[in-house]
Design a protein around this ligand. Structure first.
Ligand code: XMP
Length: 506
């Protein structure tokens, strides 16, 4: 298999580089800067990318990489910090940029194979430092008004470096850029695709599991559902799934997903009613990270109890690639503790873990689900967080608040469905804000709860924009929520992108 390795220097969006390369048809993975050189070389190495990152390469303690990377006989591309580091290693000066560039910036390209079929155009810039001279033996291949050394290359050694971020969609020719690097420079043949991957994954699972039993936690979400379907395809009824109803699900959710699991996919599922267990542990808890920790812990305990009864040797996890990256391939900062990563207690006795999706991004997981013939509504369900509605109720969680949240959320989903916007919007839900305000309904004063509508578009949840839902639909949503949800007298629309916000409120 052809492989492009990305050395991850810690920028929040480095995984987008891997996505763009996979979209171009070549497998790509991120490795930390201190990964052993043998791991980098591995099988089928076709190229290396040095990623962006928050450090200044001229300061002590900044992340660096082995010089050996430049002599492995494959092309190396530096992006932003990766460019600065490469240029510094080849003798150029790097320092604070006289003018910092941030955002959409017009870049002028010189004729070069890296920019084949790319006219001068808008690229995304985000840098405080800059390379101030072209390293000896390199040539200048791009510039902007404020960044005279915008890209350099030494074609003979296969070294290329750009100051802008080609991985971000705001860079107009982002797909063409990676196509050029992968096919024109690394000379890959391509052909990596999700459809081809399914058969390989199923074979791998069969080999690993043999005649042992596997247990899986199902959440109703895409990742665990696709993982279970894949493993079921591989080993049939040797797989037992456990679905925990923690009392923090949306209206009708448990019934809906259980119907898909049992009747459409034919999974062997145990449904555990753990509402009381979770809600009593959460009573009075206000702080978001505390809520997450309690839920994570309780999930494991319920799961452990059930898994013991099954007597399984392996545990199936729906871990996907962003989870793997966020839990440490190069030190991007942890923003929230996702409940399913690194939360397993050591005393849970399994021979091993099965994580068949750990190299895939969310949209790749969906494509895999489709290629396995899973029901579309399950594959295309909007993501729903493990901690469920707990992180959509601000403040302490009560049945009354959950009830208001469920009703309002159901109305929102219903209206989005009627408007045919389900697939266009990445996630849409309501938030119990905990704010009370004064209103007037039927000539009487009210002093009730404000519900927020959150709706975002995205391709991977890493960056999002608030969804531009037409005003008439918003008005219908607002009117219906207030009319049909006692206790609510105001609806607000959250117009925060990510960054600076996150998708969930907690
Ligand atoms: P944020 O709020 O960090 O969310 O922008 C990014 C995506 O992750 C989902 N999310 C979670 N999913 N366990 C999960 O399985 C969690 O603890 C968790 N927290 C957030 C969120 O819904 C969005 O899709």
């Amino acid at each position: 298999m052809e492989r492009i390795v990305i050395i991850n220097f810690g920028a929040q969006y480095n995984q987008l580089i891997a996505r763009r390369i996979r979209e171009a048809g070549v497998y790509s993975e991120l490795l930390p800067p201190d990964a052993p050189i043998e791991r980098v070389k591995g099988e089928g190495l076709s190229g290396i990318i040095l990623s962006g990152g928050p450090d200044s390469c001229y300061l002590p303690g900044s992340r660096t990489c082995s010089d050996e990377l430049f002599s492995l006989g494959v092309p190396v591309l530096g992006i932003c910090y990766g460019m600065q580091l490469m240029c510094q290693k080849f003798g150029a000066k790097v320092g604070p940029a006289p003018v910092r560039e941030y955002g959409k910036t017009f870049v002028r390209f010189k004729p070069n194979v890296l920019f084949k079929d790319m006219p001068d155009s808008i690229c995304w810039m985000s840098h405080n430092d800059a390379v101030s001279e072209v390293p000896a033996g390199f040539e200048l291949i791009a510039e902007t008004d404020d960044c005279p050394v915008g890209a350099v290359c030494c074609g003979e050694k296969g070294l290329y470096a750009v100051q802008f971020h080609p991985e971000v969609r705001h860079t107009e020719y982002c797909a063409q850029f990676f196509h050029n690097f992968v096919y024109e420079i690394c000379r890959c043949k391509g052909g990596w695709s999700i459809e081809n991957l399914a058969g390989e994954l199923i074979e791998e699972i069969r080999k690993k599991v043999g005649s042992s039993k596997v247990v899986a936690g199902l959440s109703g979400g895409v990742d665990s559902s696709v993982a279970a379907t894949l493993v079921h395809r591989a080993i049939g009824d040797q797989l037992t799934c456990i679905f925990v109803d923690h009392g923090l699900l949306r209206l009708g959710e448990a019934e809906e997903v259980m119907d898909y699991y049992r009747n459409e996919i034919g999974l062997n599922v145990i449904e555990v009613d753990a509402k009381e267990r979770f809600l009593s542990k959460l009573a009075g808890v206000v702080e978001p990270e505390r809520k997450r920790k309690i839920i994570g812990e309780e999930f494991i305990r319920v799961f452990e109890d059930e898994a013991k009864k099954v007597g399984a040797d392996y545990l199936l996890q729906g871990t996907i690639y962003p989870d793997v990256i966020e839990s440490g391939t190069g030190g991007a900062q942890v923003i929230k503790s996702h409940h399913n990563v690194g939360g397993l207690p050591e005393d849970i006795a399994f021979k091993g873990l099965i994580e068949p999706l750990r190299i895939l991004f969310k949209d790749e997981v969906r494509l895999l689900g489709e290629s396995l013939g899973m029901p579309a509504p399950l594959v295309w369900r909007q993501p729903f967080p493990g901690p469920g509605l707990a992180i959509r109720v601000m403040g302490d969680i009560t049945e009354e608040k959950l009830d208001i949240l469920r009703k309002s959320d159901f109305i929102l989903r219903d209206e989005i469905k009627k408007a045919g916007l389900e697939r266009a919007i990445w996630q849409y839900f309501t938030v119990f804000t905990g704010v009370r305000s004064v209103g007037v309904m039927g000539d009487c004063r009210t002093y009730d709860t404000a519900i927020a509508v959150r709706a975002v578009t995205s391709t991977d949840a890493m960056t999002v924009e608030f969804a531009e839902i037409p005003y008439d639909i918003l008005r219908r949503i607002s009117n219906r929520i207030i009319a049909e949800t006692p206790g609510v007298n105001r609806v607000v629309f959250d117009i925060t992108d990510k960054p600076p916000g996150t998708i969930e409120w907690e």
